[in-house]
Design a protein around this ligand. Structure first.
Ligand code: CP3
Length: 341
């Protein structure tokens, strides 16, 4: 039994006196103890070494006592397992040296034996669970097929991912084949992650909002729906689709336990789209953590008043920025933990 299961209760829709809190990208670069490990091992070595990945996953819990841990890994380990090389270039970000742009490229992309190719992730899950000693639940994650597609077709991070879009619109049949392969791999991957011990999964559709509502319905949503249907009810699923507010209403009845929100909509608007019953997660602007601790605490309390305290999980509207002072993170978490109506 998990001692602090507030996060799972929120996902189940229980009535709560305060919401749970965790932070997207909480295992990462704003933490000095992470930066120490980072000096010694390159990025994918950190991901591929269960001892390191599990250590990094529990670092934020030891320091701040969030209500859930998230496994340290990356969404791009999935394309790596599919025979697509991905490198992490310091100061640049992820790079795909041979992007997928044609039917010929597509033929080399496989739906792998995930148990074999991604065994290091499942070992990291088991090791993280051991280190957590049932204090808090562990979240596993994957990128959405569309967001993975953006990287493997574009070849690197981008503001608009024009080449990824060009592939969709010029070669829709090939694009759908690639999205389907990513979807099949992601389903197998998340099923194994759940078997290995994660208590919930989050799907990151970080670039969903780059698509028009019509194209979202063609190139992102059907694949997410397939994944959600294959996983729920084996584990609760959270879907975070940045910028895709126009799809929230449809997402509400897809089988997800919670919907993640970015900072571009109010609680009132979100409830208008999603109704009262589904759990919402978010949505403070990550840059707001530059405010003073006193202001952060005030804003957190206002956010809980407008969204919660039930059917709500406190988080940022996207990942935490690398140069946020530790005292500001502490203020954010503390404001939630000491919340009273
Ligand atoms: O949330 C957590 O704490 C778990 C760890 C986690 C990482 N990446 C570690 C990481 C998670 C959940 C991710 C997901 C991820 N990776 C996403 C979706 C979430 C989002 O932020 O939109 C995306 C788009 C990626 C791809 C990726 N990985 C990019 C674009 C970059 C480079 C940009 C950057 O932030 O540095 C990464 C590298 C990465 N993944 C780092 C970490 C801690 C930083 C690299 C480093 O420390 O050397």
């Amino acid at each position: 039994m998990i001692k602090n299961d507030l996060f799972l209760q929120a996902l189940a829709g229980s009535t709560l006196v305060r919401p749970p809190v965790w932070i997207m990208r909480q295992a990462g670069r704003y933490l000095p103890e992470y930066m120490k490990i980072r000096e010694q091992y390159d990025f994918f070595t950190r991901c591929r070494t269960p001892e390191l990945a599990s250590e990094i996953s529990v670092q934020p819990i030891r320091r701040f006592h969030m209500d859930a841990a998230i496994l340290f890994s990356d969404i791009l380990v999935v394309p790596q397992a599919m025979n697509i090389a991905v490198e992490m270039k310091p100061g640049v970000g992820p790079v795909v040296p041979d992007p997928i742009r044609s039917l010929k490229d597509l033929q080399n992309v496989v739906v792998p034996d995930v148990q074999k190719e991604l065994d290091y992730v499942f070992q990291a899950v088991q090791m993280t669970k051991e280190k957590l000693q049932d204090e808090v639940p562990l979240i596993g994650f994957a990128g959405s097929p569309w967001t993975i597609f953006c990287y493997v077709v574009q070849g690197k991070g981008s503001k608009n991912f024009e080449k990824a879009k060009a592939f969709c619109f010029a070669k829709p049949q090939e694009a759908h084949q690639l999205l389907e392969k990513i979807t099949q791999t992601t389903i197998l991957y998340l099923q194994e992650k759940i078997k290995a011990g994660v208590d919930a999964v989050q799907l990151f559709d970080s670039w969903g909002g780059l698509l028009s509502p019509q194209d979202y319905a063609l190139f992102s949503w059907p694949y997410l729906q397939k994944i959600i249907s294959a996983l729920a009810p084996a584990a609760p699923v959270i879907l975070f689709a940045k910028g895709a507010w126009y799809a929230l209403e449809e997402m509400t009845s897809s089988g997800v336990s919670a919907l993640g929100l970015d900072w571009t909509l109010t609680a009132q608007k979100a409830r208008q789209y999603c109704g009262e019953k589904i759990t919402l997660q978010g949505n403070m602007d990550p840059s707001r953590l530059y405010s003073s601790p006193a202001v952060i605490q005030k804003e957190v309390r206002e956010m809980i008043r407008s969204f919660g305290p039930s059917h709500y999980i406190v988080n940022l509207g996207h990942g935490i920025l690398p140069d946020i002072p530790l005292a500001h993170v502490e203020a954010f978490v503390e404001a939630v933990k000491t919340y009273t109506e």
